[in-house]
Design a binder for this molecule. Structure first.
Ligand code: GRG
Length: 304
């Protein structure tokens, strides 16, 4: 095993997160105005502008700044990432997928706008995201933009997010899902976009090949970490809510890390993933890498 990373300097992640969320939200509001035909734009805005943590933009912008780029270089890609995140949630909630009525505490997109509009709002957000990726300042060499877009296409398609979603659907209700399959699902369904967020920030910011590779690995670890922690919280939260049998029924059918590894082992695995993620930052100036160090701890230690 490699040496543990150095202790990061104190960093106010909350303040940094709010500042980035504000900048991104302002930009998203401009990028998707209500215009003719109004209903589709309203459906897009409903999910895109609903309050989320904006973790993907944070990763993208922080990776860009870490390799010497500025926030305005990564902002269009950061907005594109949030559009893709929103579209994947809209489609994930559809009756033909997870069939969820609530998301971020509000009725899901198809519940408000209808299934047809929700599918199209997702399509429109996905295509707008690709358009958005090209809107970098003119100082950014076109080759970096093209490379980012190529990786994005691959990360989302049948070798990436879509592959994870397919395996997730295929293994639903299967009592014998293996640890390998569970990891495949998470690494593709969630990890691919998180990995891209960090890699694309590094590419657009002009990082070296080593820096781009390290930040991709960092993102990959954080994507999996997010899902392992999600699984752990499913168990620990539902054990605090005895009597809520509906949630338990869903959990009983779903393959999760605690179910396959045990709770303690899953918690250890989460700590190991956070450690591994941070080890990919060890070649950077710790002061400059502080946002990404803190983000790894934040994702590992979140309670909800
Ligand atoms: C991307 C082409 C393409 C198709 C989508 C539906 C689908 C195919 C994939 C599902 C992807 C999915 C829903 C992954 C889970 C992502 C995830 C970690 C969601 C929760 O993120 P939070 O809690 O969200 O960070 P907030 O609300 O804070 O933004």
């Amino acid at each position: 095993a490699s040496a543990p990373p150095p202790a990061p300097p104190y960093f106010d992640l909350k303040a940094h997160m709010s500042a980035i969320a504000e900048a991104v939200n302002r930009e998203l509001d401009v990028l998707v105005p209500v215009r003719y035909p109004e209903k589709i734009h309203e459906a897009m805005r409903y999910s895109l502008l609903s309050p989320g943590k904006r973790v993907l933009p944070l990763m993208c912008i922080s990776a860009c700044e870490l390799v010497g780029g500025s926030q305005d270089v990564a902002l269009p890609a950061a907005c594109g990432l949030e559009m893709i995140h929103a579209m994947s949630l809209i489609h994930d909630d559809l009756p033909c997928m997870d069939n969820d009525d609530l998301r971020r505490g509000k009725p899901t997109n198809h519940k408000v706008f209808g299934e047809d509009m929700a599918v199209l709002a997702g399509d429109a957000l996905l295509t707008l995201a690709f358009e958005c990726m090209t809107k970098t300042p003119s100082s950014v060499p076109a080759g970096r933009v093209v490379r980012s877009i190529a990786i994005l296409g691959k990360s989302l398609g049948a070798q990436g997010v879509v592959a994870g979603q397919i395996m997730d659907i295929a293994s639903e209700g299967d009592p014998d899902v293996s640890l390998e399959t569970l990891e495949y699902i998470h690494v593709h369904k969630t990890g691919a976009l998180v990995e891209f967020a960090a890699a694309c920030g590094a590419i657009l910011g002009g990082g070296s090949e080593e820096e781009i590779a390290s930040l991709s690995e960092y993102g990959r670890c954080l994507g999996l970490l997010h899902q392992v922690v999600d699984d752990i919280l499913d168990v620990t939260k539902s054990s605090q809510q005895l009597g809520k049998t509906a949630g338990k029924d869903v959990l009983a059918k779903k393959a999760t890390y605690p179910k396959l590894l045990g709770l303690k082992e899953s918690q250890d695995f989460a700590q190991e993933l956070a450690r591994r993620a941070k080890s990919f930052l060890s070649s950077f100036d710790p002061q400059k890498a502080a946002p990404l160090y803190s983000l790894a701890d934040y994702i590992a230690n979140r309670q909800s």
